[in-house]
Design a protein around this ligand. Structure first.
Ligand code: NAD
Length: 289
């Protein structure tokens, strides 16, 4: 067997699309497609909007923070891309139906749905404890925004996707759906529901050309996460990953583009854990180097 240190690892050029050259990289990986991204006003959603637009998609940026969604869309347009901002609360069916209709009216079709919005507000999450402390309002609101919203967007987007030959749906879950904790019960359960929703929608609509996959992120250093984690905490979590550093929004956005593109055309009903290998390691909780 060849010792693993015998040769330096050669860096292969990235795969090229047919007809692409270095001078002219050719069409983007989702060129001409139309995407709707919920919770696109910041964090991971914003990175996914930028990545999809950068690969040629027109993007409807949907968020309850309507002004911020418009700013994200405007920034895409300033760099030569195509995007609109839409203010909508994704837990409200009529607003979801309106957002999908507006995206289709603006761009003529819908090919990619990225269900990314969730309740991430630290104050709200502090109310989400164990079941014995659970207020029904916190439970209902969490399931409504994190899970029911994804059912509603699928319900209203799939008919339009099928009309133009199918599409790709990318649901956002969380590592919190894969194991228990003493706190954030409603959040973890809502995300476990997302994992199951993916299986059911993938099964029900696969033959109509609809692919559905789930992204299961571990810790991702968005600006908001950075703001409420101490340097010491980030370093400690960094030691629990198998990768040299902790993930950033762009890492998830790259996976979103892959799952949105035809590169993943034979992949559906799957969960993709993106956590720097944190859960691949035995005894990872509180793990050290
Ligand atoms: P974020 O707070 O930056 O983004 C969430 C977005 O959702 C915000 O723009 C917010 O305004 C929007 N939103 C909230 N409620 C809404 C509603 N009712 N209608 C429409 N929009 C609404 O958070 P993030 O860290 O970028 O998280 C994005 C997704 O990734 C979430 O689904 C989250 O659960 C998941 N996730 C994040 C991490 C992480 O470490 N950052 C880890 C695991 C999972």
């Amino acid at each position: 067997m060849r010792p693993c240190h015998a040769q330096p690892i050669s860096l292969l050029p990235p795969p090229q699309r047919p007809g692409a050259t270095v001078a002219d990289p050719g069409p983007g990986r989702v060129q001409g497609r139309v995407a709707l991204v919920t919770g696109g006003a910041g964090g991971i959603g914003q990175a996914s909007v930028q990545a999809l637009a950068g690969e040629g998609a027109s993007v409807a940026v949907v968020d309850v923070q309507g002004d911020r969604a418009q700013e994200v869309a405007d920034a895409v347009v300033r760099t030569g891309g195509s995007a609109i901002g839409i203010a909508a609360d994704v837990s409200d069916e009529s607003q979801v139906a309106g957002a999908v209709a507006r995206a289709v009216a603006e761009f003529g079709r819908l090919d990619i749905l990225h269900n990314n919005a969730a309740l991430t507000d630290t104050e709200f999450l502090s109310l989400d404890g164990s079941v014995t402390d659970m207020s029904l309002d916190v439970w209902d609101r969490t399931l409504s925004v994190n899970l029911t919203s994804q059912m509603l967007t699928c319900k209203h987007a799939i008919p339009d996707m099928v009309r133009t030959g199918g599409g790709s749906i990318i649901n956002m879950s969380s590592g919190a759906s894969l194991s228990g904790d003493r706190t954030r019960t409603a959040y973890g359960v809502s995300k476990a529901g997302v994992n199951a929703l993916t299986l059911y929608v993938a099964t029900g609509h696969g033959k109509q050309g609809i692919r559905v996959n789930t992204i299961v992120p571990g810790l991702i250093l968005t600006d908001a996460v950075r703001a409420h984690l101490s340097e010491e905490m980030v370093n400690s979590l960094g030691r629990a990953t198998l990768t040299p550093s902790v993930g950033e929004p762009g890492d998830v956005a790259d996976l979103v583009v892959f799952l949105a593109s035809d590169e993943s055309r034979y992949i559906t009903g799957q969960m993709f854990v993106i956590d720097g290998g944190m859960t691949a390691r035995a005894g990872h909780v509180g793990g050290e180097e």
